[in-house]
Design a protein around this ligand. Sequence first.
Ligand SMILES: [Ca+2]
Length: 153
Amino acid sequence: MKFLVALILLELYSSIEGCEVGWVQFRTKCYMFSHTAASWAEAESICNAFHSILAEPRSHEESMFLISHSVNQAGEFWIGVSDIIEENRWIYSSDLQVSKVNDFHAGEPNGHTGANCVALWKPFRGYWADESCGAHYNFICEMSQESGGDVLG
Ligand SMILES: [Ca+2]
């Protein structure tokens, strides 16, 4: 019983702990919308440097949060979805699984092998565009809220 109470208190504590300064929360994750631009691969490295990864929307709700938040910021935003490994097979970087979300704008993706990384595209009201991975855009990092920046869940 004591253990259960402690567990509940721990859950309660972690749920009100929230996100680090500069990160915004949606459900169980914290996100950082960068103010600087980088290539897709550089963006992933920068996220990793802060114990996070490029954002990987796993549900329609999460994707819509990223899209709606991104259009209130300046610039376009890389996320961690790409078809670098196999053309037109869009996967998450962290586990190589096919993306559960497809929020490409009508007419996208259209860049074929010359565009293998996904950006939230402001002229499309934040919906996805396939872009050249070497292009420099802002980016969104994510970490799980429970991790507190230590280990990615
Ligand atoms: Ca492609």
